[in-house]
Design a protein around this ligand. Structure first.
Ligand SMILES: Cc1cc2nc3c(=O)[nH]c(=O)nc-3n(C[C@H](O)[C@H](O)[C@H](O)COP(=O)(O)OP(=O)(O)OC[C@H]3O[C@@H](n4cnc5c(N)ncnc54)[C@H](O)[C@@H]3O)c2cc1C
Length: 484
């Protein structure tokens, strides 16, 4: 079963640092056990005859099912299949696991799909991406991205040596490949990923050749250190039903002279080409499509929790509560409608790939950065102090004060025990360290939201909207002139 194979594969000599120690067997570590169990079960769905059609597709010329993030969409049915697969894993994890590698796999699939066009960037690109795509698809490689450079001094650039030395760069070239040094700020899922997709981020100067690259680097590369944040995993499932299963670990990556073989150097030395690859519409549309499909599952989850909380304490009949719960429904509908629009207006690109309309997906990603914090706020407003009116554990329901517990924790429509369970779940979602991390994630996972909105303005066909204004004013001044 490939879930177990996935867990086994993590004993590969990788250097994962947690609380000052290098972890030997990550799958047995309490910070990762719950999350890895979740991922194992999801991987297993591809071997399940009942589920594999939903999650995967049969690779041409083989009996093997691959995850649908590897499916190159040429028809609307292919796009539907991709959506169905993302929806399924997201619903299984309530949208709480956003880096199950289907995003990064989609990026690779997009580059592969557009490889004939992209070979203009580098003649070696086409073969390299094709070979990696097949390797990743046929070996169920778990992938994540590490793009953003460390937050040292954002007002400074590569002309500052402090920055240039710390941002990922090439220190030398050898016959086998390039040797890289520097760090990357956050890679979610890093401790249990197989490969990192690395790319330089800033709009570099043409002269900054050593910092311009797009690379694929295995997590067990010698010299690569994965430095984990504090764990938000909590095995006390009754108190932390989400923390027990869904803490996707974020980690900083240190590259202490890591050799990247030439076959995994997709681009190097030309910042304009790196930017062109990063802007590739096919790859971005396929990858961002996954982001927003996953987001629907999370919005539906938090909305369901808010509805249940409101009913459990008898506040769902108040007008202002209904208005807020209605706002959550509007959020879901807006994102769903943008996804439907992106699929309905998908266009075939020069390689024959059916690409969802990215402007709708960009809008969903941008508005999502405001929706989720607002959804958290609504849940707080609906639940009030109830999130703190919970006992430290469930044990008292079975101890000497059991009768009083049932009496005083009772809800409007639910038993005391159910109400406490519900509020603990809700608190895990919006108030625990994991919950706070999720709010931050939704604000920033797609990049700086301020610049994302600004980029939508910059890239928009503004004349389409401005020209009619001038036309109207021309008409107005003509008629004024006539009257005059
Ligand atoms: C939970 C979580 C998980 C993540 N996972 C990943 C991952 O797996 N892979 C990955 O690559 N990245 C990941 N990220 C990183 C994410 O992509 C960045 O957080 C995001 O791009 C914003 O960059 P930053 O955090 O460096 O913020 P900064 O760019 O440092 O911004 C901080 C503030 O300064 C402002 N600012 C900074 N520079 C400018 C500027 N030039 N012009 C205008 N305003 C500016 C911003 O608007 C913002 O308000 C993750 C982030 C989070 C929070």
């Amino acid at each position: 079963m490939r879930g177990d194979k996935f867990l086994e594969s993590l004993n590969d000599g990788r250097s994962v640092w947690f609380e000052g120690k290098k972890i030997d067997r990550i799958r047995e570590h309490p910070a990762f056990q719950g999350t890895l169990g979740t991922i194992r079960d999801l991987f297993q769905t591809l071997d399940d005859p009942e589920l594999r059609e939903r999650v995967g597709y049969r690779v041409e010329g083989s009996e093997r099912y691959a995850h649908s993030s590897f499916l190159v969409p040429y028809t609307p049915e292919h796009l539907t299949r991709r959506n169905r697969s993302f929806s399924f894993w997201s619903a299984e994890t309530h949208g709480m696991m956003s880096r199950l590698s289907d995003y990064a796999r989609s990026l690779v699939t997009g580059w592969y799909a557009a490889r004939h066009e992209l070979k203009a960037l580098d003649p070696g690109f086409e073969l390299k991406i094709a070979s990696y795509y097949e390797h990743a698809r046929d070996n169920d490689r778990f992938l994540t991205t590490a793009i953003i450079d460390p937050q040292i001094d954002r007002s400074s650039g590569l002309d500052d040596r402090r920055i240039a030395e710390r941002f990922l760069h090439v220190v030398r070239e050898t016959e086998e490949g390039i040797v890289i040094r520097g760090a990357k700020m956050i890679a979610t899922g890093a401790p249990y990923t197989h490969d990192f997709i690395l790319s330089s981020f800033l709009k570099f100067d043409v002269k900054d050749t050593k910092h311009a690259h797009v690379l694929i680097v295995p997590a067990n590369s010698p010299g690569l250190h994965i430095v984990c944040r504090e764990s938000f995993a909590d095995s006390r499932e009754q108190n932390h039903p989400l923390g027990a299963k869904y803490d996707e670990m974020d980690a900083v990556l240190f590259f202490d002279d890591v050799l990247v073989p030439w076959e995994r150097v997709l681009l190097y030395g030309d910042s304009q080409k790196v930017l062109a690859l990063r802007a590739n519409r096919t790859a971005n549309a396929l990858a961002y499509h996954q982001n927003v499909v996953r987001f629907v599952a999370k919005l539906e989850f938090i909305t369901g929790v808010a509805f249940a909380v409101a009913e459990s304490i008898g506040v769902s009949g108040f007008l202002h509560v209904q208005e807020k719960l209605g706002e959550l429904i509007v959020q879901i509908d807006v994102i769903k409608a943008l996804i439907i629009a992106s699929e309905a207006q998908a266009k075939t690109d020069v390689s024959g790939v059916l690409v969802p309309e990215i402007s709708f997906i960009d809008s969903a990603r941008s508005i999502g950065t405001k929706f989720y914090p607002r959804a958290v706020e609504i849940l707080q407003q609906v639940g009030g102090g109830g999130f703190m009116q919970t006992p430290s554990g469930m044990e008292d329901f079975y101890g000497p004060i059991s009768k009083l517990m049932h009496l005083y924790f009772e809800g409007a429509t639910v038993s005391a025990e159910k109400k406490v369970q519900l509020f603990k779940l809700a608190w895990d979602l919006i108030g625990s360290p994991l919950g706070s991390r999720h709010e931050l994630y939704e604000r920033f996972y797609a990049g700086d939201p301020v610049r994302a909105y600004a980029n939508q303005y910059i890239g928009y066909d503004k004349d389409r909207l401005i020209d009619p204004i001038w036309d109207l004013l021309k008409q107005t001044s003509k008629s004024v002139g006539t009257r005059g």
